[in-house]
Design a protein around this ligand. Sequence first.
Ligand code: HEM
Length: 490
Amino acid sequence: MPTAAGSTSSPTLVIASRSFGTRIRRSGSGPIGRRGISWGIAAAPYRVGMPTVTARPVLPPGPTVAPVRQSLAWIARPMAFMERCRAAHGDVFTARIFGDQPLVFVADPGLVRDVLTGDPDVLRAGEGNAILRPVVGSRSLLLLDGADHLAQRRMMLPAFHGDRIDAYVGLMRTATAREVDGWHDGPVAAWPRMQAITLEIVVAAVFGVTEPTRAARLRDVLARMLDDLAAPTKLVRLALATRGARRGESDAALEPFRRATRGVHALLQEELDRRRGADGGQDVLSLLLAARDETGRGLTDEEVRDQLITLLVAGHETTATTLAWALERLVRHPAALHRAVQEADDGGHAWLDAVVRETLRLRPVLPIVVRHTTAPVRLGDHLLPAGIDVAPCIHLLHRRPDAWPDPHAFRPERFLDDGGRDAYTWLPFGGGVRRCLGASFALVEARVVLAELLRRVTVHAVRERPERVARRAITLTPSRSATIGVTRRI
Ligand code: HEM
């Protein structure tokens, strides 16, 4: 069994809770449970700077209905599922989704902070994201842990610094103007149109590909791959196949997913071959090709390719979905919309930023982030076993009435003055050393696209009823594609 120290022998007990002050480890030994879950160190003593105590890892309580019913609820009505569980079991509960592997949800801000800032060798995001491997490749930043992750992240960070993002603003405006100028008065399904805009932006920012045919080819193959993988049934098959592979079973079931990504991989490799050795530009690919770690080593082809596909997948549908939800919310809140239009016309950004942040609070694109435990972990009153997944729950944090009065209401003004709020009550981008690499890029992009769109068309609701939250693979999207009415302004 893996331990915090990376050995494969005895498990290590880790205190993740800050309330215990310093983190203390002590090796122990014990039986390894079914499916790699370690219930070990039963009664193994550990000290917390006070008298010796003994403990046995225990899963927090949670729903007792069959895992298959929990999985169906998680797929069909994820928000209702999480809310029911919290109402019944409190801020920390264990669900069993996709098989009987436990997934411990955490919705208390202090405990979420402990998970996200805990030892990344013990609370592993890469292993928690294993379900994405067939899509993004095993060298993807999303899948790496430990020193490997930090080294790759360091090499990618400069491409997302503030000055680089400012350089993309013109591109964001042009892509939006081109798209919106093609619209006719009448109803528009905003979600796919926002995807077209964000895909164009991310492809241009990541590749600097300005040659229209090559860029269009890339966008086409990528959009087809994402559509191919989006059906909930695919998600179930992917999750089950990933769990099987984790347990050392054959990974043949993953083959259809690898097949779906082959076209994108081939095209990325082609782009890479063309660019290696060419003069560097200012796009992300050029920066990745020029990046060196402290030993002077650059990224291999596989590493560059996996990071590219990661950025394309992580950076396009997420922002498009946020934009679609922002429009869906705004057309149903005329006062907020009016203020947004005024600000778009005046060139300001405080209200539009607040609209984007409030949208991400009420409609976070990803409802959870996941960490896989490699040793028993102390979390508040709980001692969690090794070998399970822990999920800081973004959705439930964002609906806490103690942090967000009238939590279900859409009120961007909450974000006009958010000084003093606990940072761990708003986490649409996750946190700790794994916080979304593209968070600043996404916030600027959403604001710029929204402003440009509102300058060009007036928008209104075509139906009064709000759209439901529907699942598309791992993201939560508007059930009727955020359909809005538009009329040209300029
Ligand atoms: C509104 C849009 C976006 C949302 C809601 C979002 C959300 C997230 C979340 C929740 C995570 C996981 C964090 C964790 O595990 O703690 C993540 C990771 C990541 N995101 Fe985003 N993201 C968005 C846009 C983007 C964009 C535009 C890019 C790049 C172009 C991007 C690139 C990444 C990468 C590379 C990671 C992995 C970071 C790591 O593991 O070190 N994301 N994102």
